[in-house]
Design a binder for this molecule. Sequence first.
Ligand SMILES: [Zn+2]
Ligand SMILES: [Zn+2]
Length: 473
Amino acid sequence: MEYNVAMTEDLEASLRGFLLHDPSEEDICFAIWFPSAGKNRFTAILYESILPESGDRERHGNVSAFPGFVDRAKEIAREAKGGLAIIHTHPSGSGWQGLSHPDEYYEKEVLAREVFGVTGFPLVGLTLAGDGGWSARIYEKLQGKRPTLQWCKAIRIVGKNLTVQLNNHDLPIHNLGESLIRTTSVWGPYVQSSLMRLRVGVIGAGSVGSLVIEILARLGVGEIVIMDFDKIRKHNLDRLLHATIKDVGKSKARLARTYARKSATNPNFDCVAYTTYSIVEKEGYVAAKDCDVLFSCVDRPWPRQVLNHLAYSCLIPVVDGGVSFKTKDFRLIHGMFRAQTVGPSRPCLNCLGAYDAGEVQMDREGAFDDPVYIEEVRKIGAEPSRQNIMPFSVGLSSLETIQFVELITNIGRTGDLGQQPYDCYTGEILPIHTHCKPNCEFSGMVAKGDALAPYLSRDISKNRETNSKKSRK
Ligand SMILES: [Zn+2]
Ligand SMILES: [Zn+2]
């Protein structure tokens, strides 16, 4: 199991502001965290800080929290039904910090046991160095056993940008090699090396997803997780990258993985293809929580809603895109594609109108696979259009991967490019910058992790069987 800590940019800034306010001595505080349990990665998501009041601590070069403060922090975490994290500083340190023997003894042998007893969650320990470098550990506690120290692999800070601080970020970066010279020269080897350690999920390996995967592989990302249970059909051949008539009937995810491995420029590239998982089912949802960033290349409202949920509750930014065409008697009335990135500090897919909340329930009930329902909505012209052309898929995959690059590298110095709609009548892309509506349920889910799970399908086989016409392997 890999361990991570994640927090929003806002919480990180306020913790840093408090803890490094007077760097002449060490300082201390606590935080509530919620779990986000993936298939191979467990993330402790920091939710809210618990700051000391006067008389709560003694600063004497080092710092000690008095028992009253520790007890209050444990009680606040218990009441919130979350875990407790202890955070202290090393003002003269830089980068990843180790743990002194007294610190390790106190965290592991004293506090971790007490905290597990009170909250039911393992203690999380963090150290903030004077240069803003975070390091983190989790004290895994099994029934009847002593807590064990597990160092986290990374700390993810999520907002307008995604910053991943790695526990070996002071080590020499990858040997980037000649194949990445042109890419690396745009943002430098440090940014490129963090890009080369990202695990990116692509949900849907259709016309847009297959192109996104190709671009990510060439950009040098560390790992791509592909999720699509669909098979290639003849009517995909006008848009699906690498697919030929010989591939009809084969798995879209597996085809994309084959070519991603061929195109990858990262010498340590890894690629996983889930050919039976769906994001609206538990296995797919859990596997998606292993990713640092997700691409939403789906065309249904329910999977979009689940991805929207993940972006806020589990702090995994989601890059989403959609294509819409309206035609009447072979005449185009409307043609548009748009890209947007959602997550903390950004408006959500629901508020951006990327899916219709009312249609989510119909999707859950299987209405979009029901021929009677499809005929009904077709009559009134409300059927979601499945029309698309390859140039739109290429344009959209380009916009989506540019949004991803901005999120990671900040080369445009905004982090957030807004919602970018391309209108085929005017040929313009006029970005829209907006906010979530008041009382948006998703902006209230930020950092709640598994404490607020989305509605998932209970009948694992039903969706897939109807969607992919019994294509399960
Ligand atoms: Zn220390
Ligand atoms: Zn919203």
